[in-house]
Design a protein around this ligand. Structure first.
Ligand code: ADP
Length: 312
C-alpha cells in the first residue's frame, strides 16, 4: 500500500471571471471547490488507477473538515492529523484568455508540539505501508529538515520514500544519512543544487550533473521535461524516455500525476522500463483532462504503448 503525505493541503477554489475588475464587486456563479495540494493530486491519481492508498497530512478547522469530506466523496481512504488552526484556501481566478490570477493563503503555522506529534502519528502509519510519497512545500513552523526526518523514518521502517520537493527541504534530504528512494527535480532545481546552469537537452551534461556528490546514494532521479518526456538515473543506469505528441487540455498537476505513476510501479517492484513508462503515461493522461490531478484509466494501456524508452 502507498501512503501519500500532504502537510499543507488546501481547498482549491476556482473562480471563472471574464475580467477581474479592481476596486469593484466581481460576482461568480460557476464556482468549483476541490481538495488540493500536491499530495492530494497524487492520491486522486493513485485512486483512479485502482491503487490501494492511504492519504495523510495535517488538517484543521472547517476547511480541514471540508478536505476530508471531499476525500470521502471520492472514496479515498485517509487518516489526517488534526490541529487547532484552520487549513487554507487557494483561490485561482480563471480569465477568459487562459491566464490565471492566484491568491494563495499561507496556511497554518505548525507548533513544535504538533510537529512532534505528527511525526509519531506518521510513524504509526508507516507500519501499514510499503511506499510513501512526500510532496509539496512545508507549512510554516516545520524546519527545513522535516522531510529529511520523515525520509529517515521511512527508511528505518523499510518503506520506500518518494520525495517531490524543492529548495532547502530537498537539500536537507540529500544531505541526510538516509536518502530518499526517488527524487524528481526539474532543471531549475538541479541548477540550484549544483550552483551551475544545466541544459536538459544535453544528455552527457545531464549524466555528469546527476553523478555529482550531492546526489550520491539516491537510487532514482527522475527529471521530467514536459512534452519532451523525461531523463532518469537508476543507480548506475541512465534512461531517456520519450512521449508521443498529444492534445494538452491542462498541464497543471502533471508532475504530481507522474509521481503517482512512478510510486505505483516502484511499490510493485516493476522493471525500470515499466516504472518510467507508467510515470510518463499518468503524467500525459493528466494533461489531457481539464481537472487537475485527474486521469482516465481507460486510456492508460494505449498511451503506455506509445512511450519509448532507451538506456543512454
Ligand atoms: P512538472 O509539473 O513537475 O513540471 P512536467 O511538466 O515535466 O512536470 O510534466 C510531467 C510529465 O507529464 C511529463 O514528463 C509528461 O509525461 C507529461 N506532460 C507534461 N506536459 C506535457 C505536454 N505538454 N505534452 C505531453 N505530456 C506532457
Amino acid at each position: 500500500m502507498i501512503l501519500t503525505v500532504t502537510l499543507n493541503p488546501a481547498v482549491d477554489i476556482s473562480y471563472p471571471l471574464q475580467t477581474l475588475v479592481i476596486d469593484d464587486v466581481n460576482r461568480v456563479s460557476d464556482v468549483s471547490k476541490t481538495a488540493g495540494g500536491k499530495g492530494l493530486n497524487v492520491s486522486r491519481v493513485l485512486h483512479l488507477m485502482q491503487q490501494t492508498l492511504l492519504a495523510t497530512g495535517i488538517v484543521g478547522g472547517h476547511i480541514g473538515n471540508f478536505i476530508k469530506q471531499k476525500l470521502d466523496d471520492d472514496q479515498i481512504q485517509h487518516e489526517f492529523f488534526e490541529i487547532q488552526q484552520e487549513s487554507r484556501n487557494a483561490i485561482a481566478i480563471l480569465h477568459d484568455d487562459g491566464c490565471q490570477t492566484e491568491i494563495l493563503e499561507a496556511g497554518p503555522t505548525i507548533s513544535a508540539d504538533d510537529a512532534q506529534a505528527f511525526m509519531q502519528f506518521y510513524g504509526q502509519l508507516l507500519t501499514k505501508v510499503s511506499t510513501v510519497t512526500l510532496s509539496g512545500s512545508l507549512p510554516k513552523g516545520l524546519g527545513a529538515d522535516y522531510y529529511a526526518k520523515m525520509v529517515e523514518m521511512a527508511g528505518n521502517a523499510g518503506v520506500k520514500a518518494i520525495l517531490d520537493t524543492s529548495g532547502a527541504s530537498l537539500l536537507a534530504s540529500l544531505k541526510a544519512t538516509v536518502k530518499p528512494t526517488l527524487i524528481k527535480p526539474n532543471e531549475t532545481e538541479i541548477a540550484q543544487l549544483l550552483d551551475q546552469p544545466i541544459d536538459v537537452t544535453d544528455i552527457d551534461g545531464l549524466k555528469t550533473a546527476l553523478q555529482a556528490p550531492i546526489f550520491a546514494g539516491v537510487e532514482w532521479i527522475v527529471v521530467s521535461m514536459g512534452a519532451a518526456g523525461a531523463f532518469a538515473k537508476h543507480n548506475d543506469h541512465f534512461y531517456r524516455v520519450s512521449i508521443p505528441k498529444i492534445h494538452v487540455e491542462n498541464p497543471v498537476g502533471s508532475g504530481d500525476s507522474t509521481l503517482a505513476g512512478l510510486a505505483m510501479a516502484i511499490d510493485t517492484n516493476e522493471s525500470d522500463e515499466v516504472i518510467l513508462k507508467t510515470g510518463m503515461t499518468t503524467g500525459m493522461l493528466n494533461t489531457m483532462e481539464k481537472q487537475t490531478g485527474f486521469v482516465n484509466p481507460e486510456l492508460f494501456k494505449p498511451y503506455f504503448a506509445k512511450v519509448t524508452f532507451k538506456e543512454v
